[in-house]
Design a protein around this ligand. Structure first.
Ligand code: KIV
Length: 273
């Protein structure tokens, strides 16, 4: 498997993502939640870094994305934005900060932009939240949409199973994608839907479609960093490719450290003053 890191070291912008779609260059996106990892991922050449509300699971230990707060997202996005030189930095708007009221949505988005240094925001939903999307866009804040499986609505679905298998849900998803494009969103994440449907959406809109569990017919891919690096355990959906086994690497390294401390081998004479 060969990796083609872009030679183009210019800052990635929403406009450049659109150009990538036009010329058929796939977009790479990963989540990041802290300064050190964001710096590594940025230098490794990933195009988009998402400060995802999956932080609620992988950073905070919650079972859903619902509990994470705006303050917690801002804390993480600020650290990520400080580290990044090239990637576009997207910050998720957490549950409860944009659904009910478009004015509240705008003030949440403005807080993210003012306090973090992120380049744009992402939120989940279509028609139901279009007023919030429009109001945020009217303030000059770029918006990435998110359709298909929307983890903030887990209590409505009751399951993380593949979405939009039924024709009616598939039709609504296509209509929502077009609505988000018309409103001015610069890209949309499609999560866990049939590959054929995702391809159809990518062909029906001019903005980039970034998939997670949505097959290869879309314009780019996103994964949760902890999953693709093998830090998380007991989570192995079909769509996930693990590129490393950091759980084992870290467990072995820490085990060796503990053993060296216990035996008195660490520190040795060269490792002291
Ligand atoms: O929060 C997140 O990590 C996400 C990705 C799964 C796209 O929204």
């Amino acid at each position: 498997m060969s990796v083609h890191k872009s030679d183009d070291m210019r800052k990635v912008t929403t406009h450049r993502l659109s150009e990538m779609k036009q010329r058929g260059e796939k977009i790479s996106m990963l989540t990041a939640y802290d300064f050190s990892m964001a710096s590594i991922l940025d230098q490794a050449g990933v195009d988009v870094l998402l400060v995802g509300d999956s932080a609620s699971n992988v950073m905070c230990g919650n079972t859903t994305t619902l509990p994470i707060t705006l303050d917690e997202m801002i804390f993480m996005a600020k650290s990520v934005a400080k580290a990044v030189k090239r990637a576009l930095v997207v910050c998720d708007m957490p549950f409860g900060t944009y659904q009910g009221n478009s004015l509240e949505a705008l003030s949440s988005a403005i807080r993210i932009m003012k306090e973090t240094g992120a380049d744009c925001i992402k939120l989940e939903g279509g028609e139901e939240i279009i007023e919030s999307v429009q109001r945020i866009l009217s303030a000059g804040i770029p918006v990435m949409g998110h359709l298909g499986l929307m983890p903030q609505s887990i209590n409505k679905y009751g399951t993380y199973a593949v979405r939009a298998k039924e024709e009616s849900e598939a039709q609504k998803l296509i209509a929502d994608a077009k609505l988000l494009e018309e409103a001015g969103c610069f890209a949309i994440v499609l999560e866990k839907i049939p590959a054929q449907l995702a391809k159809k959406v990518a062909e029906s809109v001019n903005i980039p479609i970034i998939g997670i569990g949505a097959g290869g017919g879309v314009d780019g891919q996103v994964l949760v960093m902890h999953d693709m690096l093998g830090i998380t355990q007991g989570f192995s959906p079909r769509f996930l490719r693990r590129y490393a086994d950091l759980f084992s690497v870290i467990t072995e390294a820490v085990g060796n450290y503990v053993a060296d401390v216990k035996s008195g081998d660490f520190p040795n004479e060269k490792e002291q003053y």
